[in-house]
Design a protein around this ligand. Structure first.
Ligand SMILES: C[S@@+](CC[C@H](N)C(=O)[O-])C[C@H]1O[C@@H](n2cnc3c(N)ncnc32)[C@H](O)[C@@H]1O
Length: 377
C-alpha cells in the first residue's frame, strides 16, 4: 500500500496568486472629468431621462417628457439642466419647445469606465461596431463641409476601419450615376456597402421592404422609389448617429413611404410575417450572432417573401484564421461566413432556393456576393 501523503498542497497554490493588471487604466485627469458625469447622473430621475433619450433615435421634445414623468415643469427643467451642464445631454431650441438628445461621446466615456476591454483586441464587438459606424456617420457631415476629419484613420469617411477600409469594392461607386444623382449627397457619401441590394432584390410596386443595417439610408431611399407610394421601406440600425443621418437624408429626399427603426438585426422590432422583401448591404458579416439574424429574417418575412442581400463572403476553403489575416472584423472581412456556412445557416433558418453568387473580390479569396433565398409559402 502506498503511504498516504502527509501534506498536500492545495491545487490553487500552484496557480499565480492574482492576475496581472490589465493596463495602466485611465489618467487622474480623465477620472476627474468622468466623476463629474457620474455625479450629474447620480439621481434616479436623471438616470431615467438619460435611459429614455438614449433609446430615442431623434431628439425628444420636453413636452413629451412632461407627460412621461410625474414632475412639475420646474423640477424636470432642473434635472435636464444638470444633465446638459454636465455634457450628458444636448439641448436645441425649436420655436417654443426645447428638444433633448443624449451626447453619445459622454455616454461612451461613462460606459468605457466599467466596460471590460481586452488589452490587445476587443471584448465587446457590438459596442465597437457601433462606435466605429457612429464615427463614420459623423465624418460624413464634416466631409460635406470640407472640414478636417479628426476621426480619419479610425472610421472616418476618408479612411479607416469600416467596411470601406480596403477601398476598392465598397461604397457608392457600386451604384449607377443616375441613382447617385437622385439622392441627397450625404446619403451617397455615407454609403459603406459592398453592392446594390435594392437593384438585385427585384422590388415591385406596393411591397414592404426592410433593410438590415441601413446606415445613412441609401438603400432604403432607393427601395422607396422602387416600391412606390403604395409600398413601404423600413431601415433598421443600432447606431444613433447613422439613424440621425438617415432621418436627415429622408427629409432631404422628401419621401413619405420610409421609416427608420432603432434596433438590432438579431432582434428585429417588427411583427412576424409583415415584410415582403429583406435587403441588407454589407452588414450581416458584422453580426456576432448570424444565425439569430437568419432566424429573424425568416420570422418577419411573409410566407412567400424573399431576401436580396449583398454581403462579404469567404471562399469555403479559408479557415476563420485565414479570413482574419486578410482584413479586420470591423472592416467587414474577418467576420465573413464562407459560401457553405452562409447557405447552411439560411437553410437551417428555414429558407429555400438559396443562391449565393460572387460579384467581385474584395480581398484574396474574399468576395462581395449577392445572396437570394425564399421563405416558403
Ligand atoms: C458597413 S455599414 C453598412 C451601412 C449600409 N447598409 C450601407 O450600405 O451604407 C454597417 C451598418 O450596420 C449597422 N449595424 C452593424 N451591426 C448591427 C446590428 N447587429 N444591428 C443593427 N445594426 C447594425 C451599423 O451601425 C452600420 O450602420
Amino acid at each position: 500500500m502506498p503511504s498516504s501523503p502527509t501534506t498536500a498542497e492545495p491545487a490553487e497554490a500552484l496557480a499565480p496568486c492574482c492576475a496581472p493588471l490589465a493596463g495602466p487604466g485611465i489618467s487622474a485627469e480623465e477620472a476627474g472629468a468622468t466623476a463629474g458625469l457620474f455625479k450629474a447622473l447620480a439621481n434616479p430621475t436623471r438616470i431615467r431621462i438619460v435611459n429614455l433619450l438614449a433609446n430615442s433615435a431623434q431628439p425628444v421634445c420636453v413636452c413629451e417628457m412632461n407627460a412621461h414623468f410625474a414632475l412639475t415643469q420646474p423640477t424636470l427643467s432642473h434635472h435636464l439642466k444638470k444633465l446638459v451642464d454636465a455634457g450628458l445631454l444636448t439641448r436645441e431650441q425649436r420655436g417654443t419647445w426645447a428638444y433633448y438628445a443624449v451626447d453619445d461621446d459622454s455616454l461612451g466615456q461613462l460606459a468605457d469606465i466599467v466596460r471590460r476591454k481586452e488589452v490587445n483586441g476587443v471584448t465587446d464587438v457590438g459596442e465597437e461596431v457601433r462606435d466605429r459606424y457612429g464615427k463614420a456617420a459623423r465624418a460624413v457631415g464634416r466631409e460635406k463641409q470640407g472640414a478636417p476629419d479628426p476621426d480619419a484613420g479610425c472610421c472616418g469617411a476618408s479612411a479607416g476601419s469600416c467596411c470601406d477600409e480596403g477601398g476598392a469594392g465598397f461604397g457608392n461607386e457600386l451604384y449607377s450615376l443616375s441613382e447617385r444623382e437622385a439622392l441627397p449627397q450625404e446619403a451617397v457619401l455615407a454609403s459603406l456597402g459592398c453592392g446594390n441590394p435594392a437593384a438585385v432584390a427585384d422590388l415591385r410596386e406596393g411591397e414592404t421592404v426592410l433593410d438590415l443595417g441601413s446606415g445613412g439610408g441609401i438603400d432604403v431611399l432607393l427601395s422607396a422609389t422602387r416600391v412606390g407610394l403604395t409600398g413601404k421601406a423600413y431601415g433598421l440600425d443600432m447606431t444613433n448617429e447613422m439613424l440621425s443621418l438617415a432621418l436627415e437624408n429622408k427629409r432631404k429626399a422628401g419621401v413619405d413611404n420610409v421609416e427608420f427603426l432603432k434596433g438590432y438585426i438579431e432582434a428585429v422590432p417588427l411583427p412576424t410575417g409583415t415584410v415582403d422583401v429583406i435587403i441588407s448591404n454589407c452588414v450581416i458579416n458584422l453580426s456576432t450572432d448570424k444565425q439569430a439574424v437568419f432566424e429573424e429574417m425568416h420570422r418577419v418575412l411573409r410566407p412567400g417573401g424573399r431576401i436580396g442581400i449583398t454581403d462579404v463572403v469567404a471562399s469555403s476553403n479559408l479557415t476563420p484564421q485565414q479570413r482574419a489575416q486578410r482584413g479586420s472584423y470591423f472592416g467587414c472581412i474577418a467576420g465573413a461566413l464562407s459560401f457553405d456556412e452562409y447557405e447552411r445557416g439560411l437553410q437551417q433558418a428555414g429558407f429555400a432556393d438559396v443562391e449565393i453568387t460572387s460579384t467581385h473580390e474584395v480581398a484574396e479569396g474574399i468576395f462581395s456576393a449577392v445572396i437570394k433565398a425564399a421563405r416558403s409559402g
